[in-house]
Structure formats: structure tokens, C-alpha cells
Design a protein around this ligand. Structure first.
Ligand SMILES: *Cc1c(COP(=O)(O)O)cnc(C)c1O
Length: 230
């Protein structure tokens, strides 16, 4: 019950933020971040109408994906080790966290074995934080070019995680910057690359992210409650 209620509140806030920015709320998809939460929580959200879920930890995710009985779609949003990509192939429809060429090459290899193409987002570390993954803004266009050259990857946009702030307004410049960077990449007309998706905004700041152009917001705590571990 709590999940259905939270979901309705979040959806309402997304729609209101989109309208404030003159956007169609349908342009924004909610990624329900279910890391550390049980399959039952995913099923509860699914029964309340949520279809898209985001996960961070490969082992936890693959076990959960086998357990969930509802029809759902999964995105992988967390830091990804290349040797674990093989477990994701065919299970996720998008990877938000492509941050280095060796990872892109492994995704290409594993999706290639399926004869499929993986939609990916390139993660950008706008603040240059040592503790966060992502390519630098300076290296972005060249990096996208290298990733896009892989036949079994399709670059659909960018993802970022700003530094943590208590005040959501403090994150806004990072969202604005991701949108600006997407414009620069798009202007490069790199074959096969679209900048259709901007994955930005979490529980504390998704409304600001939507106002700044997010098409995918990744919300965990506000939907499922606090996480007990990790
Ligand atoms: C955990 C996580 C989220 C969700 O964070 P909340 O603050 O719980 O909404 C979003 N994005 C990524 C990459 C995460 O790891």
C-alpha cells in the first residue's frame, strides 16, 4: 500500500514539474530504483502500474529478476564491472552507466553474441569527483564517438549523478550542464547517436531534474523507503 501511495505522489510531482517547464509529462519516465529491496517490493510497485525498474548490483539483480512474477522492464544504472556484463545480456533494456571504453567493448561483445543491440547512456562526471564514475565533460564527445563505433551498442543519451546536496536547488546547475553537453554531442552528428535521453534526478532532486530536461528519473528511497544496507 505504501508503495502505491508513494508512486502516485511521485508521478504527480513529475507531471507538475514537467508542466512548470512547459514539457509534456509523457516525455519523462520514472525508473523505480529497487536495489536492496526484495522481489515482493518490485511486484507491489508493478501491480500499482510501475513497469520500469533500475538496479545497481549484478548478483542481487539477476536473482531478483528470476523471482519477480510481474511483467517488468529492467535498466542497469550502477557501476558495472566488465566481467559481469555477461549476466546482464538479454535481461536489461538499457545500461545507464557506460563510463569507459573497455566496458563498452564488453557490452558490444555480449550483446553481439545475442545478435542484439544494447541501448546505453554515457555517464558524465560533471563535478570531476574522484569517488564517482563517468567520463569528463572534456573527453565526452570523443568518448561517445568511440562507443558509437561499436555495432552492438546504441548511444541514446547521457546520465549523471551530481555531488550530494541537501538542497535540491544546488543540483540544478549539474542538470543544466548535462543538457548543455547533450546538445554539444548532438551537434556532432555522430552516426547512430541520438541524445534522446537524459537520465538525471534522484529522490531528493528529481523535480529540479525534470524542470531541466530529464527524460529518465531514477527514484529509490522516495518510492520504496530507506534502504537498510549499502
Ligand atoms: C541508488 C541510486 C539511485 C536512487 O537513489 P535515491 O536517492 O534512493 O532515490 C539513483 N541512481 C543511482 C545511480 C543510484 O545508485
Amino acid at each position: 500500500m505504501a508503495i502505491a501511495g508513494n508512486l502516485a505522489i511521485i508521478r504527480g510531482k513529475i507531471a507538475a514539474a514537467a508542466r512548470r517547464a512547459g514539457r509534456d509529462p509523457a516525455e519523462v519516465r520514472l525508473v523505480a530504483v529497487s536495489k536492496t529491496k526484495p522481489a515482493a517490493a518490485v511486484e507491489e510497485a508493478a501491480r500499482a502500474g510501475q513497469r520500469l525498474f533500475g538496479e545497481n548490483y549484478v548478483q542481487e539483480f539477476t536473482a531478483k529478476a528470476r523471482e519477480v512474477r510481474e511483467e517488468v522492464e529492467w535498466h542497469f544504472i550502477g557501476h558495472l564491472q566488465s566481467n559481469k556484463v555477461k549476466y546482464l545480456a538479454g535481461l536489461v533494456t538499457m545500461i545507464h552507466s557506460v563510463d569507459r571504453l573497455s566496458l563498452a567493448e564488453e557490452i558490444d561483445r555480449q550483446w553481439g553474441r545475442l545478435g542484439a543491440v544494447c541501448d546505453v547512456l554515457v555517464q558524465v562526471n560533471i563535478a570531476g569527483e574522484a569517488t564517482k564514475s563517468g567520463t569528463s565533460a572534456d573527453a565526452l564527445v570523443e568518448f561517445v564517438r568511440s562507443v558509437a563505433a561499436r555495432p552492438h551498442l546504441r548511444v541514446r543519451g547521457l546520465m549523471t549523478m551530481p555531488p550530494f546536496f541537501d538542497d535540491p536547488e544546488a543540483a540544478r546547475p549539474y542538470f543544466r550542464e548535462l543538457k548543455r553537453l547533450a546538445g554539444i554531442v548532438a551537434a556532432g552528428n555522430i552516426p547512430g547517436v541520438t541524445m534522446a535521453e537524459l537520465s538525471m534526478g534522484m529522490s531528493g532532486d528529481f523535480e529540479a531534474a525534470v524542470e531541466e530536461g530529464a527524460t529518465l528519473v531514477r527514484v529509490g528511497t522516495a518510492l520504496f523507503g530507506e534502504r537498510e544496507y549499502r
